[in-house]
Design a binder for this molecule. Structure first.
Ligand code: SF4
Length: 323
């Protein structure tokens, strides 16, 4: 298993393109400070900045660059003097990702549109100078190949409330898993983590929920190391699949089943109606979640109280107010 890291840091450690922190490292001597990332998410995160262009030895300011050639394996070329920087960047990036293994990263936030740091849809120019938006920044590609299961996003995509909620949910989940990894390996610890994340996993992938249930059920028959490897791989895979209103509505209805005996019929009717309004997109997830949370507290439902699905990230981030 590639070591996806272990550590006891209180804050989540995230890689980030340096210019997003307000550092003046861009080709023109400027920065791309992102207030949400520094001021809001920054309260919960310890950033590990990476600027590929400066760290591979290029000056500030410098000539701008772009990608050229085959979109699957483009070259990094300076825009005016046409110097090919590909080899320099690739050699540096391969060493840098090995160094980053020690940083216990739970994810990476890349700068959009950059030929070095961009995550997707980066312009790649053909021999006639015509661009197609099909490239990946040279460093971003090498990073994702090295850490295939780590959550990654760019700051542009994080303006979308659904993508933002999904990314932040994943990094908090990964941090909780890392906290299990630093404890002594035991079936009990793994089953405890699995139990708390059952509904969380169901909201991402009913299929993984089923497979992981079977894996945990036969935990005693597997060597401990093997069990951890298989569980981690399935858990991280499940997180890559996004939650949807349909999947969330399914989980909410499942939770409602725990109150079958306590709720009056008008309360059941009201809750079902609210879940349906959420599923249809008329109200945000926070509305049914608040009502369910209310019943969990009121009836002191022990299994649901322990579910990370109820509180997967700090409420102050207001992520479920917009999805
Ligand atoms: S986009 Fe990447 S390479 Fe460019 S300045 Fe920002 S961190 Fe550096």
């Amino acid at each position: 298993m590639k070591q996806e890291g272990s550590g006891m840091e209180k804050k989540i450690r995230l890689g980030i393109s340096t210019c997003l922190l307000g550092e003046k490292v861009r080709y023109d001597g400027g920065h791309k400070l992102d207030w949400f990332l520094t001021e809001t998410l920054g309260q919960y995160v310890e950033y590990v900045p990476v600027c590929p262009e400066v760290e591979c030895g290029l000056p500030i300011p410098r000539e701008s660059m772009h990608l050229e050639g085959n979109p699957d394996s483009p070259r990094l070329v300076t825009s005016h003097t046409k110097q090919d920087m590909t080899e320099r960047m690739v050699q540096w990036a391969k060493k840098r990702v090995v160094q980053l293994e020690k940083e216990d990263l739970c994810g990476f936030i890349f700068k959009s549109h950059s030929p070095s740091s961009g995550l997707e849809r980066i312009r790649v120019y053909d021999e006639r100078g015509m661009p197609v938006k099909k490239g990946i920044g040279i460093f971003a590609r090498i990073f994702m190949e090295h850490f295939p299961l780590l959550p990654v996003e760019d700051e542009g995509r994080l303006h979308d409330p659904k993508l933002r909620e999904n990314f932040i949910e994943r990094i908090f989940a990964l941090k909780r898993w890392r906290e299990v990894l630093v404890k002594k390996e035991s079936r009990g610890n793994l089953v405890d983590f699995y139990t708390k994340h059952k509904l969380f996993i169901l909201s991402h992938s009913p299929k993984h929920h089923q497979i992981m249930g079977k894996l945990v059920a036969q935990a005693k028959n597997l060597p401990l190391k093997e069990l951890y490897i298989q569980y981690q791989s399935l858990f991280l895979e499940s997180l890559r699949l996004r939650t949807t209103p349909k999947k969330n509505a399914n989980v909410l209805q499942h939770m409602m089943g725990y109150f079958r005996k306590q709720l009056f019929s008008d309360e059941k009717h009201e809750l079902l109606e609210i879940i349906e309004l959420y599923r249809k997109g008329y109200i945000p997830l926070i509305v049914p979640m608040t009502l369910i949370n209310h019943y969990v507290r009121k009836y002191d439902q022990p299994y649901l109280k322990g579910q990370s699905y109820l509180n997967p990230h700090p409420i102050e981030l207001q992520l479920r107010n917009h999805v």
